[in-house]
Write a protein that binds this ligand. Structure first.
Ligand code: M6R
Length: 369
């Protein structure tokens, strides 16, 4: 039940620290690998992998986009991410040494199931990340890692999405461990940082009142743009998807670098632009680039809302509003930066009096292609 929350979505947003902690708990073995829930493939099979595809729909696809950055960086394997509905129709090149990671909260999404069957027909190995024990997708896969979000009732994915991110990180670390870690120190540090993320998500949740306030004031806007670079790009896409599905607002998420290749012509005085700003530490080049993107949209009159890392004092003077999230390694940042965007969409839809848990035209599990 809703435990006193007005909507399931609010309850599920609040459950995220617990959901991440549960998903990480007890997963590491003594050799630094992770413990998968069902494994019908050997360590040797994992070592033989020479290419990774990640296939999913909707929010699960956005989690996959984040995973690509982590897997390529930690494991140094080529990794492609594809929408399940497109995957099999373009005749992807697959064989025994291809690992296909399918991500599905429900485990029953027909597009994803069909992609999985296509991959297995081509002899690829399939690893499923799912939130539903015994669903069709995990049953038909060679290996399974379950997220432990618990039942998600609201149609809009929140805690399931966050736990998919955590599971993707675990898979990346597992591949790195099984195959011989290239950046051993970094991976060990990431494991420790991952363990600290539930506490940091709680901190983000505690500071959400200004975001709610902002969302209530923005109820009259008819569109919004979301931009980011690196892992901020999929977070921008996820923020836009939340706003579309909940607030029935036209929202678009794209890579900030693409602005000047077209979308900047959409900016008028007052157009809301949400910017997911990378950490200024370590990858300062990326940070500089995003700051110049902010200046470009500001110069054309945009109302800029930035999600930035605590201690980032460069961004604030350039934007209308800034929401700070705690420090975390760049690749893990989506676990924190996605949260204000969930709250924002939920509150904006609530201000419009819309059905938060059951938006029009949508189903929780899409079992038709
Ligand atoms: O159950 P799945 O993870 O396979 O579902 C995939 C999408 O249908 C789902 O993530 C959808 O995009 C959500 N409603 C987004 O909030």
């Amino acid at each position: 039940e809703k435990d006193g929350y007005e909507y399931f979505m609010l309850k599920e947003i609040a459950e995220q620290p617990r959901a991440i902690a549960d998903t990480l708990r007890g997963r590491f073995d003594t050799s630094g690998g992770i413990i998968l829930d069902e494994v019908r493939m050997s360590d040797q099979d994992f070592r033989d992998v020479d290419k990774v595809f990640i296939v999913a729909c909707g929010s699960s696809y956005h989690a996959g986009m984040v995973a690509k950055y982590a897997i390529e960086h930690w494991v140094r394997l080529p990794c492609e991410v594809e929408l399940a509905s497109e995957f099999r129709y373009r005749d992807p090149v697959l064989d025994r040494s291809t690992l296909v990671i399918v991500i599905s909260q429900s485990g029953e999404t027909m597009d994803t199931l069909m992609a999985l069957r296509h991959a297995r027909n081509q002899k690829a190995r399939v690893l499923a990340i799912s939130n539903t024990v015994g669903a069709t997708i995990p049953r038909e896969s060679d290996a399974v890692l379950y997220t432990r979000a618990g039942i998600e009732v609201a149609v809009a994915s929140t805690k399931a999405f966050l736990t998919q991110l955590a599971a993707c990180y675990l898979v990346g670390l597992h591949l790195a461990a099984v195959r011989g870690i290239k950046y051993a120190d970094e991976v060990a540090a990431v494991v420790a940082e991952l363990a600290g993320t539930p506490e940091k998500i709680s901190q983000v949740l505690e500071a959400m009142e200004p975001v709610r306030e902002l969302a209530r004031r923005m109820g009259t806007a008819d569109r919004a743009l979301f931009i980011g670079r690196h892992v901020g790009f999929p977070v921008a896409m996820e923020g836009a998807l939340k706003l579309k599905e909940l607030a029935y607002m036209h929202a678009e998420g794209f890579a900030a670098g693409e602005l000047k290749h077209g979308p900047i012509s959409l900016i008028e005085a007052g157009t809301p632009v949400v910017v997911v700003v990378p950490s200024p530490r370590g990858r300062s080049l990326l940070h500089d680039k995003v700051v110049s993107n902010i200046q470009e949209v500001k110069a054309r009159g945009a109302a800029v809302i930035a999600i930035a890392e605590e201690g980032d004092d460069v961004v604030a003077p350039h934007v209308d509003h800034v929401v700070f999230t705690p420090r975390v390694p760049t690749l893990l940042a989506p676990l924190l930066t996605a949260v204000p965007l969930q709250v924002f969409a939920c509150e904006l839809a609530a201000a419009k009096g819309l059905d938060i848990d059951q938006p029009r035209n949508l189903a929780k599990s899409v079992t038709v292609e």
